[in-house]
Design a protein around this ligand. Structure first.
Ligand code: NAD
Length: 441
């Protein structure tokens, strides 16, 4: 992990807050939060942001740490640690996913909340960033246990979420059903249906068509635009996809729909590989039945480490953070990397890939299709007026190509990496709003 440097702490107000800031840092001090902080420090010199505003952006506005008691099916009680972090509310309500994962920590949620702020601002959505989750092993919990956990988690969140305050969405190991339980729990407390409290819900209760597909489809829209700029043909590209959940599974299909060949996919059990191209329908059927790729009989197996190093045109990282690192970046043989997951490329790996001339389409742009259609879902819920799939797909394509163009232009004019440019564009949007509003009181 790189070191923090170049913080422009030169105003008296900032200096007075320095001790407090140092303490605040300790609370979420994890490698992922440091990664988010280093990215911010690297972008700030190009963002023309006042020092006091930069200092405010370094730390989340609010973090909520709590514990969730769940009665298990065998009658025993287990208590799970849970978190919700809200980074910035300057542009509107905070927005971000809920993840159920054994590695959820305050620092991980803080890093993901920071990235959500830049992502929403880059896409010009009237939101700030948030993230939350429960530290648990979701695969060891039954549907009944997951429902009880979700409902108690939501009740504990009541003081800090709301359609105008903070709007959760799905993330790793949470889905439409999780959002339906959250919406129902919130609505029962209010006494009437409040669909706009979460996004990524089932369509029957106010979800949006195309929300399920939006993140994976958006990954491919951004990749296609990048291929055009780089002179690569996506239709004849050989692609590798890490992660075969919501984002990776949809992205793989969208690639094939554009004529590309997907030669390998993986999940946490490992991957499957066929140079002639995988039959995705058959892979999906296997996963639907067995809940894992393990044992898939119609292609060769390989490890996730091997998959990342396969020669290919496009490598889509759609599993989780910290996958391409200083250790393996030198062996990546892709011509282009698309970050469907949040934070899959470490700071050191970014530098190695830049040196090797491998462009990285950054997470805050590439996976922004999900939050963009979540925004459409929230707008539809508030207006109680629903759009069709064609309209949503075309509005999404418009938003992503506008953001892609702003990122590529800044990257070229300022000589920045695509990640650097995306961060600068997002940070400038948030900073302009903070400048206009001033500091309360
Ligand atoms: P998911 O739970 O549906 O799928 C995750 C997939 O990654 C699964 O196939 C899982 O087995 C696999 N996986 C987990 N750990 C792995 C590992 N160490 N190696 C290889 N594979 C591994 O989750 P998702 O919603 O698809 O999210 C994936 C990533 O995309 C996360 O980083 C998430 O934050 C990000 N993301 C999701 C959305 C969304 O709308 N769902 C939006 C933006 C970003």
């Amino acid at each position: 992990m790189g070191t923090l440097s170049g913080s422009p702490l030169d105003s008296p107000a900032v200096a007075a807050g320095e001790a407090l800031a140092d303490q605040a840092h300790l609370e979420w001090d994890t490698p992922l939060f440091e990664q988010a902080q280093v990215q911010l420090e690297q972008a700030l010199p190009h963002a023309d942001v006042a020092p006091a505003i930069a200092e405010r952006l370094r730390y989340p506005e609010r973090a909520f740490m709590f514990s969730v008691p769940v009665e298990l099916d065998d009658g025993t009680l287990r208590v799970f640690p849970a978190y919700r972090v809200q980074h910035s509310s300057v542009l509107g309500p905070t927005k971000g996913g809920i993840r159920y994962d054994a590695e959820v920590t305050l620092g991980e949620c803080a890093a993901l909340a920071v990235w959500m702020t830049w992502k929403c601002a880059l896409l010009r959505l009237p939101y700030g960033g948030a993230k939350g989750g429960v530290r648990c092993n979701p695969r060891s919990l039954s549907p009944g246990e997951l429902q009880r956990m979700t409902r108690r988690f939501t009740s504990e969140l009541l003081p800090i979420i709301g359609p105008q305050e903070d709007i959760p969405a799905p993330d790793m190991a949470t889905n439409e059903q999780t959002m339906a339980w959250m919406m129902d729990t919130y609505s029962m407390q209010k006494g009437y249906a409040v669909p706009e409290i979460v996004t990524g819900k089932p369509i029957s209760i106010g979800g949006s068509v195309f929300r399920h597909e939006a993140t994976g489809a958006g990954v491919v829209m951004v990749t296609e635009r990048a291929c055009d700029r780089l002179g690569l043909s996506l239709a004849s590209a050989r692609c590798v996809v890490q992660g075969f959940g919501n984002v990776g599974g949809i992205a793989a299909q969208e690639l094939v729909d554009r004529g590309a060949t997907v030669v390998a996919v993986s999940d946490m059990s490992g991957g499957v590989h066929d140079e002639a191209g995988l039959d995705l329908e058959s892979v999906r059927a296997w996963v639907a039945e067995h809940r894992t790729l393990e044992g898939y009989p119609h292609a060769a197996g390989l490890s996730n480490a091997e998959l990342i190093e396969l020669p290919c045109d496009v490598l889509v990282l759609a599993a989780r953070e910290d996958q391409v690192t200083a250790e393996n970046a030198g062996r990546v043989q892709a011509r282009l990397i698309a970050e469907g997951a949040n934070g899959p490329t470490s700071i050191e790996a970014d530098a190695i890939l830049a040196e090797r001339g491998i462009p990285v389409l950054p997470d805050i742009l590439t996976n922004a299709g999900g939050v963009t259609v979540s925004y459409f879902e929230w707008v539809q819920d508030l207006g109680r007026l629903f759009w069709d799939g064609r309209e949503i797909r075309s509005r999404l394509a418009e938003k992503l190509s506008d953001a892609s163009d702003r990122v590529w232009e800044l990257s070229q004019t300022r000589g920045l990496s695509l990640r650097g440019a995306a961060l600068v564009v997002g940070i400038r949007e948030v900073a302009a709003a903070m400048e206009a509003r001033g500091t309360y009181p």
